[in-house]
Design a protein around this ligand. Structure first.
Ligand code: FNR
Length: 397
């Protein structure tokens, strides 16, 4: 697909992507992309959770090459990171989802496309070529509409159905509201006029708060999707061992530990904090992925070390799309892959499967500030990491 050159030159780094994107889109779109729920405490916590871990480099490991490929639900993919589903790509760049599909498809990076895509799922499939792709389903008010979307995804060669279970109603998003996103006109949905967004609901008026003709967002609805398709089922938006267990009982083949990038329930747990419990509960039976706050190659390594088989990236892909369309997304995915590979070499790993818990440690507690401790009238409290320290590890291949 023809692509606009990145507007700020091809030399931007992962670190400056966000700033480049902000210069490229209007304020309403920016508010939509960046905003989280409420006071955005969960959104901040997602990124902050990575700071509680350090990676331990392996001295003189002698790694000469790194293979970033892995398999997700039996499909070989080019990287242990994937594109998380996000809505309305044409609002960000005229090339829309097709630009993401072309860039990810060329690199063999798995990409997941939203029910609320601007391009139709068939157009996206055509732009993906042989690239691995999954379809994300939001339950629809009419169950038949959900099933029809699943059928279309099957026909268009999507490899799995990802059902998002954390959105019975859209989170209350202050920043998005302030920016005025979508106030002026309805945002077109590429999958057709019968497709509905999750409800915003009426304002509370001191009486009951009714959701009207919202989709049934319950376990029976998930079971109905399970019965409707033989494609692998991925359940996105679990944050507790109990929800993960229930998803597996219904027949999920994988779960994504996700809080929707902090856009749904403010004060929901950071995904990295929720990951170990979910892995302990269902990790022996199904694949466990994570998204939320993954920004750098080192974040990818930490999540893999804590048991994620792969991680999703949401906002950074939108930043790359905003900055440069297909060329921007291509640049971003290559940069992230390069950074993951760089991290793995330094950790002494030549493959993704070699990343394990022995590579990370809890970050040391902050040093006490001068205002605390002897002579200040305050106790000195040193928070010690509670997890056991690793005791040596075998050389990994
Ligand atoms: C999302 N996300 C999302 N999830 C989903 O299942 N369907 C969707 O349509 C959308 N739409 C969407 C739009 C925008 C603008 C954002 C930022 C996010 C959530 C997404 O899949 C993922 O869970 C988070 O984006 C991951 O967090 P980071 O990487 O953005 O921190």
């Amino acid at each position: 697909m023809a692509s606009r050159a990145p507007r700020h030159g091809p030399s931007w780094t992962l670190g400056e992507l966000e700033a480049v994107a902000q210069r490229s889109v209007d304020g309403r779109i920016w508010g939509y992309i960046q905003g989280g729920a409420g006071a955005e405490r969960t959104q901040s916590a997602n990124e902050a959770a990575f700071l509680r871990w350090v990676l331990v480099p392996e001295a003189l490991a002698g790694v000469r090459s790194v293979d970033l490929s892995t398999s997700l639900l039996g499909t070989r993919v080019g990287s242990p990171f994937f594109v998380a589903p996000t809505a309305y790509h044409r609002e960000v760049h005229p090339e829309g989802e097709r630009a993401v599909a072309a860039a990810a498809g060329d690199l063999g990076v798995l990409a997941t496309y939203s029910t609320l895509s601007s391009d139709s799922l068939e157009e996206i499939a055509a732009a993906s070529g042989e690239g691995p792709r999954w379809f994300q389903l939001y339950f629809q008010p009419e169950p038949a509409t959900s099933v029809e979307l699943v059928r279309r995804a099957e026909r268009a060669g999507y490899g799995a159905i990802v059902v998002t279970v954390d959105t019975p109603i859209l989170g209350s998003r202050d920043r998005q509201e302030r920016s005025g996103f979508a106030l002026g006109r309805p945002v077109p949905i590429g999958n057709g006029p019968s497709v509905r967004t999750p409800p915003r609901g009426p304002s509370w008026d001191g009486g009951a708060y009714e959701l009207g003709d919202a989709a049934e967002a319950n376990w029976a609805a998930l079971e109905a999707v399970r019965k409707a398709t033989t494609l692998p089922l991925v359940v996105k938006g679990v944050l507790s061992p109990g929800a993960a267990r229930r998803a597996v009982e219904v027949g999920a083949n994988a779960v994504i530990v996700s809080n929707h990038g902090g856009r749904q329930l403010d004060l929901a747990p950071a995904t990295l904090d929720a990951l170990p419990g979910v892995v302990r509960e269902v990790g022996r039976h199904v694949e466990v992925y994570l998204d939320g706050g993954v920004r750098r190659g080192s974040d990818v390594a930490v999540a893999l070390a804590l048991g994620a088989r792969a991680v999703g990236v949401g906002r950074p892909v939108l930043w790359a799309l905003a900055a440069g369309g297909q060329a921007g997304v291509d640049r971003y995915l290559r940069l992230l892959g390069t950074e993951v590979a760089n991290t793995l070499v330094q950790l002494g790993c030549s493959s993704v499967s070699a990343v394990d818990r022995s590579l990370i440690r809890p970050a040391p507690a902050e040093a006490p500030r001068a205002t605390e401790g002897p002579g200040t009238g305050r106790a000195t409290v040193l928070h010690r990491p509670d997890a056991p320290q690793p005791t040596g590890r075998p050389r990994r291949g």
